[in-house]
Design a protein around this ligand. Structure first.
Ligand code: FA5
Length: 341
């Protein structure tokens, strides 16, 4: 048996030298180290051996097994090295090729402005209140003090739907009444952001679809002075400078008195250009003291409560912040434009 083991060891090691690929190495392993191999068989036949022979054969069989196992591992490592050397020789890597850039997405410039607006009003104690984009005629008009057939409705070119009384909201103001009905009789300090839709001629400063951020404060002793202070402070925080602003008397059926806030046109520095309609000023929001009828529709007693409201246009503000000359860029999906922000 001992002689047989010596012979097998020699034979196995010689055979191993000629092998390279993993498949033939596995075959070799099965033949010389597998269950039915001579080496393993030596352990099985031990029982039949004499007492003296048994430990000698056992020891030798173990030695051979270990020798073959380590020879196999060594051969495997060698084969790996050879394969690597061959690959380096034949497959060339051009390290001077430019890498493939990873496309990283980013927030739309208007979304960035909206988030800045939330942050500033958040610091002033306003919470974000989400309201629906599809509205009933009542919320978009009637509860905002514009009964059916009232000519003031013409101030907003409206997308009507096939459903009677259902419109795409023309402004975020209907959210005022939703918020009031939910919070009444508590005081309110909310902003209501979202998309609005108008059946309008698209120009450099007006889109059919645009965002607004509405603001609403309802409580006791709230005055027009609070409105002016809040909005002036907002403008200072947003533009981080003493940008020229002005309040201009205006009219909205749901506020009395009403005012629009303009900002000095950044594009022409007040000289006049198509964006500011050659006035030097850009209107960015409408505002006013909440009309008593609207408070009543919201459930508040106007003898006890007052409030102010405003609706601003993030697109217009983004145009001012980055000196963008045409509002239509926001929906063109042109990456050359969007990647600048
Ligand atoms: C309103 O929509 C009123 N709901 C605002 C308001 C709220 C007044 C609360 C009083 C109290 P106006 O139509 O002016 O008002 O629009 C408000 C702002 O939305 C404008 O100043 C402008 O910044 C923006 N805006 C209006 N129309 C467009 C448009 N077509 N494209 C882009 N921005 C617009």
């Amino acid at each position: 048996m001992l002689e047989k083991l010596d012979q097998i060891e020699k034979q196995a090691l010689t055979a191993l030298e000629a092998l390279e690929d993993e498949e033939s190495l596995l075959q070799w392993r099965a033949e010389y180290l597998g269950k039915k191999s001579v080496v393993m068989d030596a352990f099985n036949v031990m029982r039949e051996l004499s007492k003296e022979e048994r430990p000698l054969v056992g020891k030798r069989a173990n030695q051979v097994r270990h020798a073959l196992e380590s020879a196999l591992e060594e051969r495997r490592a060698q084969a790996k090295q050879t394969a690597l050397a061959q690959a380096l020789e034949t497959e060339q890597i051009d390290v001077t090729l430019p890498g493939r850039p990873q496309l990283v997405g980013r927030l739309h410039p208007v979304t960035q402005t909206m988030r800045r607006i939330y942050e500033i009003f958040g610091q002033m104690g306003f919470q974000v209140y989400r309201s629906r984009e599809v509205e009933t005629d009542d919320y978009n008009f009637t509860y905002l003090n514009m009964p059916a057939h009232h000519p003031a409705r013409d101030m907003w070119d409206t997308f009507y739907t096939d459903h009677e009384d259902v419109v795409l909201r023309t402004h975020t103001s209907p959210g005022q009444v939703h918020a009031m009905r939910e919070y009444c009789p508590e005081p309110i300090r909310v902003i209501l952001p979202g998309m609005c839709f108008r059946y309008e001629q698209v120009t450099a400063r007006s889109e059919m679809q645009f965002t607004q951020v509405e603001g609403l404060a309802v409580g006791k002793d709230i005055s027009f002075g609070d409105l002016k202070g809040t909005l002036s402070d907002f403008a200072r925080r947003l533009f981080k400078s003493d940008v020229g602003i002005r309040f201009r008397a205006s009219h909205f059926p749901f506020t009395e008195p009403s005012a629009e806030m303009d900002m000095e046109c950044f594009i022409c520095s007040g000289e006049g250009c198509p964006v500011c309609k050659h006035t030097g000023w850009l209107e960015i929001l409408g505002s006013g003291v909440v009309h008593p009828n609207v408070l009543r529709y919201g459930g508040y007693d106007p003898a006890e409560f007052t409030g102010f409201a405003f609706g601003l246009g993030p697109e217009r503000i983004t145009m001012l912040l980055y000196q963008i000359g045409d509002i239509r860029n926001f929906w063109r999906n042109d990456l050359r434009f969007l990647e600048q922000f």
